[in-house]
Design a protein around this ligand. Structure first.
Ligand code: DX5
Ligand code: ZN
Length: 221
């Protein structure tokens, strides 16, 4: 049985058809839905808030994973929890000591992940790996969908995979940005086991359901 998880990023979806598109990726075998939240400060773009999670909650039984690309993640947790979020990922770059926030997310009964930007060394996550459920390696600079996968990403993923193996093998390793049918296998062989894909799924000529299904068929090393 494959332990690869596919997390379609709805940032790339047509928002006028969001509910239907989420149903399609669910049929295609998606394992969770990735919700990209941007504040215009941590990243130079705005995206969506808790209302979108609230709207999707009755549409899908998949976990809703909230990727907080924001300067002040603690401000938004309660709203997203009330809306029905299942897990939170925040960036280590905004939190000198991420432990209190990790623990408050846990205390709300939610799963927690820590993300690193392309210039942040994977080793910066080491002290927290035993405390988190997921480590997210950004494979583009966050802020926009549809960007090209950064070529040094496999090296960074591999480094992070080694640290996870050493400190907390149950921690998931997620990759996010420019993940498509060409780059996904590189991520998987470097040790990633959760793939976020926006454009590759929602802009696929074959449609989101078939594209999701094809991604689920990739096998981890
Ligand atoms: C980037 C977001 C990603 C993005 C992925 O800021 O965190 O989740 O939507 O989109 P694609 O797959 O199009 O690069
Ligand atoms: Zn994301």
């Amino acid at each position: 049985m494959s332990n690869l998880a596919i997390a379609p990023s709805i940032l790339a979806a047509d928002f006028s058809r969001l509910g239907d598109l989420v149903r399609e990726v669910e049929k295609g075998g998606a394992n969770r839905i990735h919700v990209d939240v941007m504040d215009g400060h941590f990243v130079p773009n705005l995206s969506m808030g808790a209302v979108v999670v609230h709207g999707l909650r009755p549409v899908t039984s998949l976990p809703l994973e909230v990727h907080l690309m924001v300067e002040h993640p603690s401000l938004f947790l309660e709203g997203f929890v009330k809306a029905g979020a299942d897990s939170f990922i925040f960036h280590i770059e905004v939190q000198a000591n991420p432990l209190p926030l990790i623990r408050s997310i846990r205390a709300m009964g939610k799963r927690v992940g820590l993300a690193i930007n392309p210039a942040t060394p994977p080793e910066s996550l080491t002290p927290y790996l035993t405390e988190i459920d997921l480590a997210l390696c950004m494979t583009v600079w966050p802020g926009f969908g549809g960007q090209a996968f950064l070529p040094n990403s496999p090296e960074r993923i591999q480094k992070l995979a080694g640290l996870i193996q050493q400190h907390n093998p149950r921690c998931e390793l997620e990759v996010d940005g420019g993940v498509d049918f060409k780059t996904a296998p590189l991520c998987v062989s470097a040790g990633a086991n959760v793939l976020v894909a926006g454009t590759a799924i929602f802009a696929a000529a074959e449609g989101p359901e078939a594209a999701t299904r094809r991604l689920t068929e990739l096998t981890p090393k």
